[in-house]
Write a protein that binds this ligand. Structure first.
Ligand SMILES: [Zn+2]
Ligand SMILES: [Zn+2]
Length: 298
């Protein structure tokens, strides 16, 4: 049985003129409020990027509204499920870049993007002459990635161009890049092209789209998502393994009983390695009080 809330991730690069931005903003905000939608929608002159949640019927209505209002009938939605609402609020914001690489001059166009649908991606993954790069951040790759993929070990997507310069990958190689829902790769590929990489392919719709077709494919672990579910498994169901670590905000799976209040909680192994005693607590608040009582500094 499917969960109660439908969650959908989508983006599209298409030009929006500045005057229209605030008009779209207010009409999308009003419609979402009317339908009880939650999540975040970003608008910019380069397009739209969003993850929204709601009751399935209401969210379907919202999808149709967005297709019509933005005049983008081929908006592509990647759906997953949640037992409870994974967002606290609903916001529609205007931003300079709808995904931040720090390169507003790189705006993706349809023609030059080398998308591979999941089946072609899966086939190409089996080849030996390819380099696979995960364009996500380290706290994401740490809980799951394609088994063949290199992890650039970056903290923020803005570090990706610098990673490429250091990595010195052969520019004639076939390179496969992917991210959660596909939007980061749309920008990464442009940066790679201008650096002289010729054969770059990106996973259409990202990991979320791949999992829909290959729940037990080559993606190992869970896929980090930017809401209260923390991550989703191969069947796109919310994580049973991870919670957000109360001390650092990254995914954690080490079960502790709080030294201060005895509540059970999950923290990450990094924090435990740093200070097992102070971080064996369920919240920043408990950590603070525990530390005061034990006269320790972390
Ligand atoms: Zn932590
Ligand atoms: Zn506690």
């Amino acid at each position: 049985m499917k969960d109660k809330y439908l969650v959908t991730t989508f983006y599209k690069f298409f030009p929006i003129d500045k005057q229209s931005l605030s008009i779209y903003q207010s009409s999308i905000l009003a419609k979402g409020e009317e339908l009880g939608i939650y999540g975040l929608l970003l608008l910019g002159t380069e397009g739209v990027n969003s993850t929204l949640s709601g009751e399935p019927k209401k969210l379907e209505e919202m999808k149709n509204f967005l297709k019509t209002t933005l005049e983008q009938p081929d908006l592509f939605f990647k759906d997953s499920w949640a037992p409870k609402n994974p967002f606290k609020r609903y916001k529609v914001k205007v931003r300079k870049e709808i995904v931040t690489l720090g390169t507003p001059e790189l705006v993706p166009e349809k023609e030059q993007n080398n998308h591979l649908p999941p089946n072609e991606w899966h086939e190409m993954l089996q080849r030996e002459d390819v380099v696979v790069i995960d364009t996500r951040n380290h706290y994401e790759t740490e809980i799951g990635k394609f088994k063949q993929a290199m992890d650039p070990n970056i903290k923020d997507f803005k570090e990706f161009p610098e990673y490429l310069e250091k990595a010195q990958i052969d520019k004639d190689k076939n390179i496969m890049i992917y991210c959660t829902g596909g939007i980061r790769c749309e920008k990464a590929i442009l940066d790679m092209h201008r650096k002289g990489y010729k054969n770059v392919y990106q996973l259409e719709g990202g990991i979320l789209n791949y999992m829909q077709h290959y729940p037990q494919g080559d993606f190992e672990g869970e896929c980090f998502v930017f809401d209260h579910r923390v991550s989703v498994d191969g069947h796109l169901n919310p994580s049973k393994t991870y919670s957000l670590c109360p001390h650092c905000g990254n995914p954690g799976k080490e079960v502790i009983n709080c030294k201060q209040c005895d509540k059970e909680a999950k923290v990450c192994h990094h924090c435990l390695e740093k200070d097992a005693e102070i971080h064996s607590t369920c919240s920043k608040n408990c950590a603070y009080h525990y530390q005061r009582q034990h006269q320790k500094t972390c």
